[in-house]
Design a protein around this ligand. Structure first.
Ligand code: DQA
Length: 148
């Protein structure tokens, strides 16, 4: 059950196949492994965790809108929608809570089309390139923001 003391972590397309998907880039850990690390990190900071994944842009938009009323902070790895989605950008701009953009890989060290993010301008900050640790750092950053 989501509460005001919830951190939300949203994941976009193809991240359900982590562990099988291009392991040379994304590593061997599954999304369930990453969820567990996020849960441990949030629990230590005394936050609940809401962790979701969708392959559908509209579902991500609906979840961002849902987070608006119940989340204390949001981390989002929008996957490929990072580079295409004005709808996700606009939804994030509705939120008045800390937002961290997350990527497993260093998108700036990859193909040119990954260098553009529609998420960054709507986020408080960005963590990328540290594999599953990117998620842990994002949650640490969110809880640090809330302490300010
Ligand atoms: C990603 C990077 C994106 O460019 C890509 O489309 C993904 C994963 C990452 O976590 O490194 O799906 O967001």
């Amino acid at each position: 059950m989501a509460t005001q003391k919830s951190i939300w972590v949203l994941n976009g397309p193809n991240l359900n196949l982590l562990g099988e998907r291009e392991p040379g880039i994304y590593g061997s850990k599954s999304l369930a492994d990453i969820e567990q690390r996020c849960r441990d990190t949030a629990t230590k900071a005394q936050f609940d965790l809401e962790f979701r994944q969708s392959n559908h842009e509209g579902e991500l938009v609906a979840w961002i809108q849902e987070a608006r009323t119940v989340a204390a902070g949001l981390a989002i790895n929008a996957g490929a929608y990072t580079h295409t989605s004005v709808a996700v950008h606009d939804a994030l701009r509705l939120l008045d809570i800390p937002i961290v953009e997350v990527h497993l890989s260093n998108i700036f060290a990859r193909e040119e089309f990954r260098h553009k993010s529609y998420i960054s301008a709507a986020a408080t900050g960005v963590v990328c390139g540290f594999g599953p640790m990117s998620y842990v750092l994002a949650i640490d950053a969110l809880t640090a923001q809330m302490d300010l």
